[in-house]
Design a protein around this ligand. Structure first.
Ligand SMILES: *Cc1c(COP(=O)(O)O)cnc(C)c1O
Length: 386
């Protein structure tokens, strides 16, 4: 089976992790700050907070921005459930903005229209979470302009997008957002097994998220309500969690980061080859915005079903039967039972609904060979034949 995504683990990675196992610190040692510094420097952010998943990062990002009961968070329906669930953890409500039919990202025009109506109804969102689907950045400049006008905060869910650029600058520098989140799950671009990170240029948000990832506990005298009782002293000044990343994970992250640019470059080579080799097949290849250099976490094709005498499901099953580990990113979040129970209906977001009927993620990972890619194309050719 050729998987749709796969991590790359080298001897350097293994040595780094073993080195930690032989050291004094398995957690709360020097590796986590080193990994944070390496990512922050690479993408150009002032602060980076490593945590145990992107889901945790989204949660503490929402809390740091003050999301709570009575508030709304808006995101795209075409994302992993975590982009929306973070609002529910905070007792807030979720709503969605339909996707742009070309980029499959949250549509800035649809957002503008929805905001206009929401303002009249007095129900503006507190946070909007644009997701850089497949690694292609959202129209951040337009979304940021809307945030200025309507007063909402922005968390970029860049789980797919580390190593990518928007308007020539690395995603993660949060130029057009308050906080950016990365995921280091093994299918993503670089991995720490499980892991995530929140990046920001705001000192206060960084310090809030640092507290929240570790029980709300501080050892900084400046943050305490009174002078320390003694050298053992710490204070819990907020209600936080244990969302810390381990030293083992961070060590892996440090060595993975050294290969990030190389990984994304290889993904671009593969994407260009797919673009060329798929031209005569009845599929739509991913459209890339001129302002963007995608991280290319995923390569999603859309079936031109009017030109194929098979259903979406039949093509998908044929690919799996031929050993191609295709996937579908994503089942629209508003169509999940947990969200349907809140009153969402499939047709609420029509572009997301049609996307779901046509999309297939075909294999894309840095260690994929040209030969494996040719196998994918050959299988696809068979799958779309009558
Ligand atoms: C993977 C992913 C997440 C969650 O990442 P974890 O690190 O597994 O918690 C969130 N959002 C998107 C868009 C993702 O792809």
């Amino acid at each position: 089976m050729i998987p749709y995504g796969r991590q790359d683990i080298t001897q350097t990675d293994i040595d780094a992790v073993v080195g930690v196992l032989q050291s004094d610190f398995l957690t709360q040692g020097p590796m986590v700050p080193r990994f944070e510094q390496s990512v922050a420097q690479h993408v150009g952010a002032s602060h980076a907070l490593a945590v145990n998943s992107a889901t945790s990062a989204l949660h503490i990002a929402c809390l740091a921005l003050g999301l709570g009961p009575g508030d709304q968070l808006w995101t795209t329906p075409i994302t992993f459930v975590a982009s929306a669930n973070c609002a529910l953890y905070c007792g807030a409500e979720v709503d969605f903005v339909d996707i742009d039919p070309r980029t499959y990202n949250l549509c800035a025009q649809a957002l503008a229209q929805k905001l206009e109506q929401a303002e009249l109804a007095g129900k503006l969102p507190k946070i909007v979470v644009p997701v850089h689907l497949c690694g292609q950045p959202c129209d951040m400049q337009a979304i940021h302009a809307l945030s200025q006008r309507y007063g909402f905060k922005i968390i970029e869910d860049a789980s797919h997008a580390i190593g990518g650029k928007y308007q020539g600058e690395f995603i993660g520098n949060s130029r057009y957002s308050d906080i950016t989140v990365f995921s280091f799950h093994p299918v993503k671009i670089i991995t720490t097994a499980e892991g995530g990170m929140a990046l920001t240029n705001d000192d206060e948000l960084a310090s809030k998220m640092a507290l929240l990832r570790s029980h709300g506990i501080t050892r900084d005298p400046a943050q305490m309500t009174h002078e320390a009782d003694g050298p053992w002293y710490y204070q819990q000044i907020d209600l936080g969690f244990n969302y810390r990343m381990t030293e083992l994970q961070a060590a892996l992250g440090v060595t993975q980061m050294e290969r990030l640019d190389q990984y994304v470059a290889r993904r671009h080579e593969l994407a260009r080859r797919y673009d060329d080799l798929l031209t005569d097949l009845p599929v739509t290849t991913p459209w890339q915005h001129a302002d963007s250099y995608s991280g290319l976490h995923l390569y999603v094709i859309r079936l031109q079903l009017d030109q194929i005498q098979k259903t979406h499901r039949q093509v998908f099953e044929s690919l799996r039967e031929q050993g191609i580990g295709v996937n579908l990113h994503y089942i629209p979040v508003h169509m999940q039972p947990h969200y349907e129970r809140m009153g969402f209906e499939p047709a609420d977001f029509p572009q997301a609904q049609v996307y779901y009927k046509e999309a297939i993620s075909i294999p894309m990972f840095q260690t994929m060979t040209d030969e494996q890619q040719d196998e994918v194309i050959a299988a696809l050719r068979v799958a779309v034949q009558p």
